[in-house]
Design a protein around this ligand. Sequence first.
Ligand SMILES: Cc1cc2nc3c(=O)[nH]c(=O)nc-3n(C[C@H](O)[C@H](O)[C@H](O)COP(=O)(O)OP(=O)(O)OC[C@H]3O[C@@H](n4cnc5c(N)ncnc54)[C@H](O)[C@@H]3O)c2cc1C
Length: 311
Amino acid sequence: MENWELIIIGAGAAGLAAGIYGARSGLKTLIIEEKMAGGTTSDAPVVENYPGFPQISGGELAQKITLHCKKAGVTIRELETVTDLDLTGERKIVKTTRTAYEAKAIIIATGSHYREIGVKGEKEFRGRGVSYCGVCDGPLFKGKRVLVIGGGNSAATTTLYLSGIAAEVTVVHRRDAFRAEEALVKDIASKKNVQVFLNTEVREIKGEKLVTNVVLFDKKAGETKELAVDAVFVQVGEAPNSQIARDAGIEVDDEGYIKSNIFQRTNIPGVYAAGDVTNHPVKQVGTAVGEGITAALEAYGYIRQPYYYRK
Ligand SMILES: Cc1cc2nc3c(=O)[nH]c(=O)nc-3n(C[C@H](O)[C@H](O)[C@H](O)COP(=O)(O)OP(=O)(O)OC[C@H]3O[C@@H](n4cnc5c(N)ncnc54)[C@H](O)[C@@H]3O)c2cc1C
């Protein structure tokens, strides 16, 4: 079994930031990532709120953080999924699709995944017009009619991104107002090719080989109507990737987010959580980075026990 001092699960903003601080503290640090390093940051069309970068594509920002992490001396194993954790002993065991590892401390930075709306047609047309990522699939619908579902920041940024690609963008939100930042809502209102339907639910996604129509229900009017669209972008929030942690005895809140304190400690000594998988109320690149840094420095204290470490 390979031996490491610190193993970080997930190479998103939180995991990569933790990696930089872990390696720079002198810890033998490994990051295990089931996809390619970069995480959800890569899905953000444009990032305009990460300090130091007034405007940068999510892909470029993710690349820069990954490169920085590699330069710090972290080993990143990509395309390897962590399947099981044994956190009962002093040495923590991490099993993956490739092998098993041992570490003195673990940071769980597995992020979250897109929520589904659970209507007829959503599963059938996934990848055939139904998408959860505007920046990944938006360019496929250049000059077409697209629908965005949701009212938060993800729905708003996806709408703005798609308005520069698609001919028409319709946004459907089941409540009577957006939850997104005011600046984004104003930007949406200024776009000539964007129409907004509030108090409206999507009841079905229809098509043949590809998506052709959606069935909408106007909750105020009590009316059902059909709208012709070529793609549906579901942007109704995320759920945490916390299953392996839960199975290993890590405490989570009602929604499944890992409970961590201001030191990013979980209920198991030597196990930390950082980023979107935690119950921290803000889910941003900046907060993920901050939590990753705190987790790595705490893991350092736990492993090396310097005189100033608060037990
Ligand atoms: C469309 C969109 C736009 C956004 N725009 C902005 C923005 O403008 N500004 C901003 O600050 N934030 C933005 N965000 C939010 C931001 O991207 C996230 O808050 C941040 O990336 C979270 O980082 P993380 O490291 O916690 O999680 P992630 O980046 O999701 O990383 C988690 C990683 O863990 C890996 N993983 C999961 N399970 C396993 C496993 N079992 N084994 C191995 N690896 C695993 C995943 O593959 C993933 O790479 C946006 C998000 C979206 C979706």
